[in-house]
Design a protein around this ligand. Structure first.
Ligand code: URA
Length: 240
């Protein structure tokens, strides 16, 4: 891999800023292949060099994978003149890493959103051919019934003629307002909202709670993020 400055490599872990990396080096806390690093300007191959801070390997990864618990009111875009985007929720060091959302959630939808800079895997996960499950918790106006579940399972036709793939609707509670778990194998624009609207039960709240094998980490408060573990990224890879 191409050589990179030491501060850039250390900051790429998301655990330290470049300024902090510089300070760590100055204090003699960074080693490269067992020897104390002299300057952050030195360049190394991050996949070959063994870089440690305080004796602990930094765990360099070529690509960044992040799970964000998206709050309502932010856009799943990388830049938008009209408002705050999910990237604005990340620290500056991470904003520089050319991350993009893996699929979109509507501005008012909350929950699990993956961000990465690994284009090939991200696109494979989104490919209509792969049918990676996306699971949502929805609250809808009106009483959901078994007929709604059957209609979802059969594959709904929407107003504009879009024929949806069979999907799973599991009713969690039914009343004037109902709660449900919806599992889709595709991701068309406003799909959950359009499917429930087609049944006359418009969505009043929507949260994505799972993507493929990955459930939303309930330890993350709204607006918070964490890095995926190596095992989680491997599980995503295995899906495609
Ligand atoms: N379906 C929707 O209608 N909106 C989302 O944000 C995601 C799925």
């Amino acid at each position: 891999m191409e050589l990179q400055r030491l501060d850039k490599i250390i900051a790429s872990t998301g655990r330290w800023s470049r300024r902090e990396a510089k300070e760590l080096v100055r204090r003699g806390l960074v080693t490269v292949d067992g020897a104390a690093a002299g300057s952050v300007e030195e360049k190394f191959d991050p996949e070959e060099a063994e870089i440690a801070v305080n004796g602990e390997a930094i765990g360099y990864r070529r690509y960044t994978w992040i799970m964000l618990n998206k709050p309502a009111g932010v856009l799943s875009a990388t830049e938008d003149g009209r408002g705050k985007t999910v990237l604005d929720l990340l620290p500056r060091e991470l904003q520089k890493r050319e991350l993009f959302p893996v699929g979109r959630l509507d501005k008012d939808t909350e929950g699990l959103l993956l961000l990465t800079n690994e284009g090939v895997l991200a696109h494979a996960l989104l490919s209509p051919k792969r049918h990676v499950d996306k699971v949502y918790y929805a609250r809808a106006a009106g009483r959901l019934t078994e007929e709604d579940c059957l209609a979802f399972a059969a594959g709904l036709s929407l107003e504009d003629g879009l024929r949806c793939l069979p999907a799973k609707l599991e009713i969690l509670s039914a009343g004037e307002e109902s709660e449900a778990r919806v599992t889709l194998r595709e991701g068309k624009f406003h799909q959950v909202k359009r499917m429930l609207a087609a049944r006359g039960k418009p969505v009043v709240y929507l949260e994505r709670i799972q993507m493929g094998t990955l459930p939303l980490d309930r330890g993350l408060s709204r607006g918070a993020f964490r890095f995926l573990t190596e095992e989680e990224v491997a599980e995503l890879r295995a899906l495609v």
